[in-house]
Design a protein around this ligand. Structure first.
Ligand code: WT7
Length: 637
């Protein structure tokens, strides 16, 4: 993105914003035209219908995103570092991968994938740790037009197989193992277990990382380094249509199975390129570091695609914040002279609990902008981040967005928007937030709370849920007709700044991970002693929210040792979803508060979990109001 597209100051922001709302097509047309390379221009900037959730940006344009991330930088930035790889163990040397090297590696990988039978439109599931091969594999898929679906390498084998099956992937890329702090995880065995339930997978390509012994299935499993050795570097990028899917990324919903959000090529590219440049105030020679895992949308958009589209240097960090010691983040910032640092409130809170000496040991003067994402950042954490890390001179960008939105929608722009603790502040150009009340009427006044919706499509919005367009319509476009509903509540202050207050549906954000209550309840209910369950979130000082489960047992469970049952339930959740979804508290109840229509009244359960017995609101619709007292009296502290 050229510097002409960087918003300069507050008046310039208002000017750009106005333009982008008055004529969104013209606004994005110019950005797309002047900042990216295309095989063919579009015939129409935008075509959309909110009711059928049919959205097309840059219709009929032809392009390949990797030409924009790699090829076009070679003449001017060939030797520039594209990726700095910082390994889990600080004693292992960091790797610096130039744009030319990255281009070569991606070309080889694309040739390997092609020789293994991967074609345009095929789905490739990637289950890798935070190593350069993860980025390379994603780009290689994009180069040949295959749709990548990255599964976070902390998910269990059932989560892996359900995702493989949902998108019907024939090829999986994984590694022998992964390093996470002092631990080593056995990724290949997890994949093997997953494939028992996904027999359609034809090829498994395995990266060597930990060199631990793994089982290789003849004819199905191949060591990637052996294949790469023989592969040529050049691979002409496949011509993609603007609306061809680029990737699928699963996110939890409030009901049922995870949703495979589909992002397409041109709109995603334009939106991510533009927002990266502006939200992080990226300048040539900056070193940008986002600590998220590439397995989440934050990593897709703002570790990989956003930085590379801008010819930036991006850090890929394999480790965890506290290994070998709680100053790892600060050490890495000093070591690589990081200029933009982007992390999550849960990490900030846990590091703020450590002695500030860990921070003071390091020179953080390279930092210019620091960011936060994933959940609301509380005031205390905001101030600690501002004072101790930003030293009061780095603007904090509290960026609000979602897997579904592709990129950041509401955020301060550094050195442009005055920040305000706990506020994501103003919408980016092109974004039209609206607050809606329960009666589906738009709230036009300020200093009001409401359901956060977006009025008009932006280029980065997901286009559908893989294999289930109706669910996409029902989830996002039904509640408030004509608008995209985010599932979040927000407050707008007297000057129009937005503060995200949290989810209004059955999604709970734990340590920045978006967890749906339904899939967790489904796994609890699989326990033979469990009749029914309900989980809610309650505030937790490090994780933001923790999970509290109310479990009703069948008769067979009543004589069982309750501590053992708790362990078994958490074990089940861990196996089926992953350790991040384990419950902190489990209370056994004789029944759950239900309305006459059979819906569990979560509002009450939430209040009890929070220890707030002041006012349960209207309980007249409850079928069994007497249960509330029992649950209250047996609450776990
Ligand atoms: C949900 C989306 C966006 C990438 C990471 C999470 C919450 C996200 C903020 C923020 C308050 C936030 C929302 C949103 N959220 N960023 N800055 N302030 N809440 O992506 O897993 O799709 O989760 O995360 O509730 O809806 P995701």
């Amino acid at each position: 993105m050229s510097n002409n597209y960087q918003v300069q100051n507050l008046p310039d922001y208002f000017k750009q914003y106005k333009k982008s709302i008055k004529n969104p097509k013209k606004f994005w047309d110019k950005i797309a035209d002047e900042n990216f390379v295309w095989y063919q221009r579009w015939s129409k900037v935008l075509e959309y219908d909110m009711e059928s959730a049919n959205i097309k940006w840059f219709k009929n344009a032809k392009l390949n995103i990797t030409k924009n991330c790699l090829d076009r930088h070679l003449s001017t930035r060939g030797d520039k570092t594209a990726i700095i790889f910082e390994p889990n163990n600080p004693e292992e040397e960091a790797r610096y991968i130039s744009y030319q090297e990255l281009y070569d590696e991606v070309g080889k990988m694309a040739n390997v994938l092609q020789s293994q039978g991967v074609k345009k439109g095929d789905r490739v599931v990637i289950y890798l740790p935070m190593i350069p091969e993860l980025a390379i594999t994603m780009l290689a898929c994009a180069r040949l037009g295959a749709i990548h679906s990255v599964v976070f390498a902390g998910f269990s084998s059932s989560a892996v197989s359900s995702r493989i099956n949902d998108c019907d992937a024939k090829v999986v890329v994984t590694s022998d193992g992964s390093y996470r702090g002092a631990k080593t995880l056995d990724l290949k065995s997890i994949v093997d277990e997953a494939l028992d339930k996904s027999p359609q997978v034809e090829k498994v390509l395995v990266v060597k990382r930990t060199n631990q012994a793994v089982k290789m299935k003849e004819g199905r499993d191949f060591w990637l380094d052996e294949l790469l050795e023989k592969a040529p570097k050049d691979f002409v990028s496949v011509i993609m249509d603007a609306e061809d899917p680029l990737f699928i990324l699963y996110t939890s919903g409030s009901t049922g199975k995870p949703k495979g959000m589909v992002h397409t090529t041109a709109g995603y590219m334009v939106y991510i390129g533009y927002t990266f440049k502006n939200v992080f105030n990226y300048q040539e020679n900056d070193v940008y570091w986002c600590t998220a895992d590439i397995g989440w949308i934050t990593g897709h958009s703002y570790i990989l695609y956003g930085p590379l589209l801008n010819g930036a240097t991006t850090v890929i960090f394999e480790g965890v914040p506290t290994y070998p010691q709680p100053d790892r983040f600060w050490e890495v910032i000093e070591k690589h002279k990081v200029t933009q640092f982007y992390t999550a409130p849960t990490a900030i809170r846990s590091l703020a609990k450590e002695s500030v000496e860990w921070v003071d040991k390091h020179d953080l003067s390279s930092l210019k902008v620091i960011g936060s994402v994933g959940e609301p950042i509380n005031e205390e954490a905001w101030h600690w981040y501002n004072d101790q890390i930003g030293k009061k001179k780095c603007p904090i960008v509290d960026t609000w967005w979602q897997t579904e939105t592709g990129g950041i929608l509401i955020s301060p722009l550094p050195f442009v928007t005055p920040t305000k603790p706990t506020y994501a502040t103003l919408p980016l150009p092109g974004i039209q937030p609206v607050l809606m009340n329960e009666k589906r009427i738009e709230i036009t006044e300020n200093q009001q709370n409401g359901n956060l919706c977006i009025r008009f499509p932006w280029p980065g919005i997901a286009r559908t849920i893989w294999g289930d367009h109706q669910r996409y319509i029902d989830t996002y476009f039904k509640a408030f007709p004509g608008k995209y509903f985010t599932g979040d509540g927000a407050l707008r202050d007297e000057v129009g700044y937005y503060r995200i207050t949290g989810r209004v549906d059955d999604v709970i954000i734990v340590s920045g991970h978006n967890l749906g209550t339904a899939p967790i309840e489904d796994s609890i209910n699989e326990h033979p002693a469990v009749a029914e369950s309900a989980i809610v979130g309650y505030p937790h000082d490090v994780k933001g929210n923790a999970l509290y489960g109310y479990v009703m047992l069948k008769e067979v469970g009543e004589d069982r040792d309750k501590e053992n049952l708790r362990k078994e339930i958490n074990h089940l959740i861990s196996e089926q979803i992953g350790p991040i979804a384990k419950l902190d508290k489990i209370q056994f109840v004789s029944s759950l508060p239900k309305t006459r229509s059979g819906k569990i009244m979560r509002r009450i359960l939430r209040k009890i979990a929070e220890g707030d017995f002041s006012n349960f609101g209207d309980t007249s619709t409850l079928l069994n109001p007497e249960i509330v007292d029992e649950i209250k009296n047996q609450r776990i502290n």
